[in-house]
Design a protein around this ligand. Sequence first.
Ligand code: FMN
Length: 168
Amino acid sequence: LSYPSGIDLQDAFRVAMRRFAATVSIISCQHAGQPFGMSATAVTSVCIDPPAVLACINRSNATNRMLAEGVQFCVNVLRSYHSELSRHFGGSGRGFERFRYGNWAFSPEGPPTLVDAQANLLCSVDCRLEYGTHSILVGRVLRIECAQEVDVLVYQNGLYQTISPAPS
Ligand SMILES: Cc1cc2nc3c(=O)[nH]c(=O)nc-3n(C[C@H](O)[C@H](O)[C@H](O)COP(=O)(O)O)c2cc1C
């Protein structure tokens, strides 16, 4: 496969992006007492001082519309056994329906948190940059909870996978 001769640039981009292995998270928030959540792989660390992450979210997603500056959200990093949960939060079902799946803790003020997540990063939207079809949200990290063992769910080439440590 090669661009420019072989295929369209956007098709080539899709193929290349499938070569990225990415940890799967569910980004959750709440608005007017309603929980929102969506699966996301486009989440990464920005810096440690201050602790911040970024998330790239399609502007057509309901969750995106709730995430104005200052609004809190949680990055719930999924475990290896959460592939079905990720599917639920990746398209099927809307709004509160999605939260029938998974072990969620709800609070009146903050975003829902996945109790058995690999890690939960509570953030507040510090800034937003609109680019093409997506918004790049920088989340200032306010609080972190982390499981002891490392057992993340990975998405690569359109498939859920788990990884084991490389042999030393
Ligand atoms: C594994 C996986 C990873 C995804 N990663 C992203 C992502 O990083 N950004 C994004 O905007 N959508 C991503 N999606 C798609 C959203 O989860 C999907 O559009 C979601 O249903 C939007 O829900 P909402 O409109 O209720 O917010 C991903 C879906 C899956 C299954």
